[in-house]
Design a protein around this ligand. Structure first.
Ligand SMILES: Cc1ncc(COP(=O)(O)O)c(C=O)c1O
Length: 405
């Protein structure tokens, strides 16, 4: 069975993790900083903070940006729950603006229209790996005193071209419009550390604070100790001394995971290139199907720089004469997994009951959802795997070439 996404683990990855297992540190050793600095360099950011999931990175982004109860945080409804949940973790109100019908990313026009006086942050999700219109989202947000948190969980290693600067390439994570960007290293993502995530920013204070919060809010640097002698014998603050200055968490990534991350980073370019090849093969194979829409780019200039994580098609199930469940079952019988990514977040029971959201809120996102299906896309797919998917999809409508079963 081909899943919609899966990790690619090489012998080098295994050796790297085994080496880490044989070292002095299983966690909080030197590989964390090594991974952070290599990652920061790769995505073009000044600072990177490794954490144990992108959910943790998004939560820390909210904390360091000072998002508090009473604030409103807007994101795309077509995302994984974590993009919105992070705002709720800090007591703010997650809200949603509609998507662009081509890219399925947050639509700046809808964002501007939905703006409220208490909107303090926008979580800009690069759905499937395609960059949002970050310059426009940042213009809207910054003019109104809000910040932009990039959720580039789908887009590790990706880059984009602003409309008004077609010759300029900016990286997801290293661009002037996202104040903080978060990445996920879950196994279905472009590179993996098992579970894991990264927060990147050019803001030194935020990076330092995120590092403190990822480990219980503990400070060990004497220059940062508070002047209030509250919790230790007075005058004795030896090397053993520490202070908890904020309420933090255990969001630490381990050395074992960073060993894997460092090893995977070496192959990030080849992962992205193989994903490109598969996307191109699918696009060509599905081009003639009038009941299926292939993924499209909002800005065609991004064709070579998009780091595709998902291959999500839109299927006209009525025209096909089959329900989505029937289609998924038929694909599964052919050994092809598929997934619905995503159900608009505000339609989830918790969001409805907590914030009173209801169907009809974001019509473009809802129309997208009723037709969405993500097909297998991961670098270790062989040509035979890719052809199996194409064959199974075409067979849904009996559109196979003569002689093929
Ligand atoms: C867009 C998006 N944001 C956030 C997350 C959360 O990532 P993690 O599983 O690393 O917490 C995911 C993971 O699925 C995601 O797809």
């Amino acid at each position: 069975m081909l899943p919609y996404g899966r990790q690619s683990i090489s012998e080098d990855d295994i050796v790297a993790v085994v080496d880490a297992l044989r070292s002095d540190f299983l966690t909080q050793g030197p590989l964390i900083e090594a991974f952070e600095s290599r990652f920061a360099e790769t995505v073009g950011a000044k600072y990177a903070v490794a954490v144990n999931s992108a959910t943790a990175a998004l939560h820390l982004a909210m904390r360091v940006a000072g998002i508090v109860p009473g604030d409103r945080v807007v994101t795309s409804p077509i995302t994984f729950l974590a993009s919105a949940n992070a705002a709720a973790y800090v007591g703010a109100t997650p809200d949603f603006a509609d998507i662009n019908p081509v890219s399925y990313t947050l639509d700046p026009v809808a964002l501007e229209k939905s703006w409220a006086a208490n909107t303090r942050a926008v979580v800009a999700v690069d759905y499937a790996g395609q960059a949002c219109d970050l310059p426009e989202i940042a213009r809207i947000a910054r003019n109104r005193g809000a910040i932009v948190i990039g959720d580039a969980c789908h887009g590790v290693g990706g880059a984009f071209h602003p409309y008004n600067e077609p010759d300029k390439t900016w990286k997801l994570g290293g661009n002037p419009w996202a104040d903080i960007t978060t990445f996920s290293f879950h196994p279905v993502k472009t590179m993996t550390t098992g579970e894991g995530g990264m927060l990147v920013t050019d803001n030194r204070e935020w990076a330092d604070q995120a590092r403190i919060l990822r480990s219980h809010g503990i400070v060990r640097d004497p220059s940062q100790f508070s002047p209030i002698e509250a919790c230790a014998p007075l005058a004795e603050k030896g090397t053993w001394f520490y202070e908890m200055q904020e309420l933090g968490y255990n969001y630490r990534l381990t050395d074992l995971q960073c060993a894997l991350g460092l090893s995977q980073l070496k192959r990030l370019g080849s992962f992205i290139a193989r994903r490109h090849e598969i996307v191109a093969t699918y696009n060509q194979a599905f081009a003639g199907l009038n009941w299926l829409k292939t993924p499209a780019l909002r800005n065609p200039a991004d064709a070579s720089t998009t780091s595709w994580h998902l291959y999500t098609v839109q299927i006209d199930f009525d025209a096909l004469g089959k329900s989505r469940t029937d289609v998924m079952t038929q694909l599964r019988q052919a050994g092809v997994g598929s997934q619905v990514l995503y159900i608009p977040v505000y339609l989830q029971p918790w969001y409805r009951k907590t914030y009173g959201y209801a169907a009809g809120k974001c019509p473009v996102a809802e129309a997208f959802y009723t037709r969405a299906l993500s097909l297998p896309l991961f670098p270790s797919m062989t040509e035979a795997d890719v052809q199996r998917v194409i064959h199974a999809v075409k067979k849904l409508a009996g559109q196979l070439p003569k002689g093929a079963q």
